[in-house]
Ligand binder design. Sequence first.
Ligand code: SF4
Ligand code: FE
Length: 490
Amino acid sequence: MKTREEYIESLRALHLNVYFMGQKIDNPVDHPMIRPSLNSLAMTYELAQQEEYKDLMTATSNITGKTINRFCHIHQSAEDLVKKVKMQRLLGQKTASCFQRCVGMDAFNAIWSTTYEMDEACGTNYHQRFRDYVQYCQDNDLVVDGAMTDPKGDRSLSPSQQEDPDLYVHINEIRPDGIVVTGAKAHQTGSVNSHEHLIMPTCSMREEDADYAVSFAIPSDAEGVTIIYGRQSCDTRKMEKGADIDLGNSTFGGHETLFIMDHVFVPMERVFMCREYQFSNMLVERFAGYHRQSYGGCKVGVGDVLIGAAALAADYNGVPRASHIKDKLIEMVHLNETLYACGIACSAEGKKTKSGNYLIDMLLANVCKQNVTRYPYEITRLAEDIAGGLMVTMPSQADLQHEEVGPLVRKYLAGAKGTDTVNRMRILRLIENLTLGTAAVGYRTESLHGAGSPQAQRIMISRQCNMEAKKELARKIAHLDTSLDKPQGK
Ligand code: SF4
Ligand code: FE
């Protein structure tokens, strides 16, 4: 396994084609706006080296028997699924941001079982290829960006009906030695901090969309790739010197990109689906299921930090014993642990797939994510309620440090007797960062849309809930004589 430093050095060796705010970024590793996201990802390496976290952060490879980072692991039991969620909560607590490495782990596990079942049905050889690829990633302890979401153009049209065929990733050409692909993936979490990109189809496909049913892996700096780094609210604060208080979280962050591929060549040994449109749905559903489970860990860890920050803000405001404040904090904990309970439940109920790895319980994973689309908003609202308006009207760090107005800021921003004003400012800025600053990208909007927007989970919940079985239960209990019912509409 790589150390944190080895990981950072390995990123320097990549020749990424990255653009940000209209400029090509030659050295993303040291860029002040990108670095906090790298620090978050590096935490997945750092904790894996620490004895106290080894059980959660590492696993034994089912391919080589070696100890590997859990982010590269193929889940071998329901216990592995539970440990995954616990690991994500831990990392959320340590970084209070998105640590980006989960998407690759979820892609590994979804493609693992899908290629196995695809080979069984189609007589292809994808699973062995994929196994070799996973081993390569495990042996080199790589960060792999699992890439699913296409730009999608006109949402009412299928991939092959789009005016511009590139709005969904598709095959341009199949050669004996590989394929050529074009298209883009949007909202790519951790893209610039990843060694590899593992591409999956974005939705279920029909026969006419077969060219869009494609899965493959490419190095992040493959020929023909352009990465455009996304903006986050308040991001330029990271460029200001001496503004660590104003940042709220000056060390950690997340990022998303638009990842564009223009006639990229993929060698055949890195192709894991090539026109098997019947299997794109299985891959999408399994990946989404795993990533919906993931949110029951990471968002909960970030929630822990936000709840702690709100409780500290109450201390600095001098109201920790007010009954309504205590009640709001309890409500925040209740909501946060409800998210966690669902993440653990869908893991503990996980079942073995035909390929031997473990898949979460799909219904519970979708319920987990549906809760994630709501509760962080309520937790956020309560945190802002407790913090008070000062978190958005407070003067800057530069004012605090100004010769003339600095003493005035200290005087008028004083909180409870005996507490430090700067500490009070720091904690309010952290709440701002999480609720409407850069980290709100991960904690709010990503909670809503990441791993599928709310409607996607509702569709899965309706498919998985087995309503007929529930009706049958009710029929029996109520002693219905169904022979008396006249079926409607016939
Ligand atoms: Fe991991 Fe959460 Fe970031 Fe997704 S949003 S990559 S689950 S930390
Ligand atoms: Fe995500």
